[in-house]
Write a protein that binds this ligand. Structure first.
Ligand code: SF4
Length: 423
């Protein structure tokens, strides 16, 4: 699989060309959502994937239609004119920003400010298209597990709310004022570019995080304070269904998208539903879409249309598999669909969260690089899987699997056994 496809750089897959639409902050207008649905219908397979960074991927595009797709998306405000910049707009933020009564900081204005910084940064050619920024407002749905180069995590202090800084997935013990976020990103991008680094981890090979933050503060006048790290106890997901904010305008509905996939028709339906509310949709990194300012009637409407609005005891995650990617012989998506349809009576986890089961076609782990409760990793040149507990795809092969060489038709029972021993 080619790394990080964009609109300007389609990746050719087995099921056609693939284009990733970056959606900074995860916010789409209903018109933009309808444009995506229309483009998918007209130029692609009518299948759209939601990524684990809350971006969208158009599947099955005709290879030669890239410029037509780009034109439509550009007109809809879903693309930057500069390809070198568009690939860098990887900003994942709390999808309930401004709605969730438990949040500490509304991160949406900060996501917009960071996007403006990225779009106006003149020299970004050395940065990797995987360079990503996470903005977590401190409310429902922890973004700690989302891999990031720069992470801002809201914390309440006696002096007011601050953002704890995390660099290259590692907390630094420093925090800055919310008003300094955009400046921090701007100076960071400049410094990384001057040093010809692609990712934050490259930068931190030459200096530690403390020194790096010190030099940013020195260059900008930003004041960073030290903060003791506090373990994040929040679940890494949000609940499906209708939820109450502090007022009607901040109620919301979360609909589930099993296996992170939505058809063009379904996306258009959600866009039309949102027109009777705020006319916006929020993409989440957790197989779901949020419609702000919706009522119980919207929830019933969504359920009638076949959307998931009740939480499941299991979340199955799968990469595209053999029909879309040449790196595997396993049909991970198809096998995951079969699994999902049979898992209605699993015991709940002791912490009430859903079991995460990840079917990965290879150690790259495109659908979920981090740990899952159970990882089914396809074996090389085989449609069978090795089962691991609490592993990540990139390192699983270094350990002995709980069960090797499991055929797709045996996955459900093998996973049930594994869950029974760990429940
Ligand atoms: S994880 Fe899946 S989609 Fe990604 S490269 Fe491997 S087989 Fe392909």
């Amino acid at each position: 699989m080619a790394a990080c496809p964009g609109i300007y750089k389609l990746s050719l897959m087995r099921d056609g060309a693939l284009a990733r639409i970056r959606v900074p902050g995860g916010v789409l207008t209903s018109d933009q959502a309808r444009t995506v649905a229309d483009v998918s219908h007209t130029h692609g397979s009518g299948i759209i994937d939601l990524t684990n960074r809350a971006n969208l991927q158009l599947r099955g595009l005709h290879e030669h239609n890239g410029s037509r797709v780009a034109k439509k998306l550009l007109e809809a405000g879903l693309l930057c004119e500069n390809p070198d910049v568009d690939r860098l707009r990887n900003i994942t933020s709390s999808p309930l920003a401004g709605l969730d009564p438990t949040e500490i900081i509304n991160v949406l204005p900060h996501a917009e400010a960071i996007d403006r910084v990225i779009q106006s940064t003149p020299a970004t050619s050395t940065l990797s298209p995987k360079f990503s920024i996470v903005l977590d407002g401190g409310g429902r749905g922890s973004l700690r597990k989302i891999a990031h180069d720069i992470g801002f995590f809201a914390r309440a202090t006696h002096e007011g709310p601050v953002f704890e800084l995390s660099l290259a997935d590692t907390t630094t013990g420093h925090a800055i004022a919310p008003s300094d976020v955009a400046e921090f990103v701007s100076i960071t991008l400049s410094m990384i570019n001057v040093r010809q680094c692609g990712r934050m981890r490259d930068m931190l090979q030459n200096c530690n995080a403390h020194t790096f933050i010190g030099s940013i503060c020195h260059a900008s006048g930003i004041a960073a304070v030290t903060t003791p790290h506090i373990a994040d106890q929040r679940p890494a997901h949000i609940e499906l269904g209708h939820h109450m904010g502090n007022e009607t305008s901040t109620n919301w509905l979360t609909v589930g998208l099993p296996l992170s996939r939505i058809s063009a028709d379904q996306l258009a339906q959600l866009a039309n539903m949102s027109d009777t509310a705020t006319g916006t949709l929020r993409l989440t990194p957790w197989q779901s879409i949020v419609l702000p300012a919706t009522s119980v009637d919207h929830a019933q409407d969504a359920a009638t249309r076949g959307f998931d609005i009740e939480n499941r005891t299991v979340q199955v995650i799968a990469c595209t598999g053999a029909s879309g990617c040449e790196r595997t012989c396993a049909e991970t998506k198809v096998d995951a669909e079969t699994l999902l349809s049979g898992f209605h009576d699993l015991p709940t986890r002791t912490d009430g969260a859903a079991w995460t089961i990840h079917l990965s076609g290879c150690p790259r782990g495109c659908a979920m690089p981090g740990k899952s409760d159970i990882l089914a990793l396809a074996q090389p040149e085989s449609a069978n899987y090795a089962l691991h507990a609490g592993s990540r795809p990139s390192t699983a092969n270094a350990s002995i699997p709980h069960r090797a060489n499991t055929a797709p038709q045996d996955l459900a029972s093998a996973i049930r056994d594994l869950i029974a021993t760990s429940a």
